[in-house]
Every structure is written in C-alpha cells, then in structure tokens.
Design a protein around this ligand. Structure first.
Ligand code: SF4
Ligand code: SF4
Length: 93
C-alpha cells in the first residue's frame, strides 16, 4: 500500500504520521499538544462524567480531536505529551 509522502528540504523521503486518536482516560488536560499543534486539530473540552471514573487525574478538562482532517502528520503533539495519549498512522494515498 502506498501512503501520502513528501520530502524534506534536503530531499529525504518523509511519511507523515497523522493523528488518529487520543486516549482521553490518560489525558491530564495540560494543553501542551494544543499549543504545539500548527493546525486546528485539537480543543480542550469538559470531560464526560463516565470518563472521570477511568481518568488517572481528576482534571475537569480533556483534549479532544475536533478536525483530524486538518492534521499534517508532524508528530509534535506526541513529542510533548507526558502521558503518551496520541496515536498516529500514515494515510493511504
Ligand atoms: S501530528 Fe502535528 S498537525 Fe497533527 S495533530 Fe499532532 S501536532 Fe497537530
Ligand atoms: S499533551 Fe497529552 S496530557 Fe496534555 S492535553 Fe495533550 S493529550 Fe492531554
């Protein structure tokens, strides 16, 4: 299967890893991924009462994906998340 690919400025092949999910049960609502994301993919929302039972922190806010199709697959969100909440995958071309 071929995936969406590009090249770096130096000409090396780059396969973007697009956001596919956030593990909201692990999210502590710190907002770091929101701050580093260069696109309009995330938003902080109020945590559902159901999710509160699974959360490892009693924060009222949790990160949510509001526009996955705006992701450019840079991976910055995963690099700043202390709770390893994000899952990524290449996109079939
Ligand atoms: S991979 Fe990049 S563009 Fe996509 S959600 Fe994460 S920070 Fe935003
Ligand atoms: S960086 Fe991780 S823990 Fe912080 S808001 Fe984003 S997903 Fe949640």
């Amino acid at each position: 299967m071929t995936h969406i690919t590009g090249i770096t400025r130096g000409g090396k092949c780059w396969t973007p890893q697009f956001i596919v999910a956030i593990n909201q049960a692990n999210c502590i609502g710190c907002g770091r991924c929101y701050k580093v994301c260069p696109r309009n993919v995330f938003d902080l929302v109020e945590r559902d009462a159901d999710e509160d039972e699974d959360a490892d922190d009693d924060t009222a806010m949790v990160m949510s994906i509001v526009d996955a199709l705006d992701c450019i697959g840079c991976g910055a969100c995963s690099r700043v998340c202390a709770k390893s909440c994000h899952s990524h995958a290449p996109q079939a071309a």
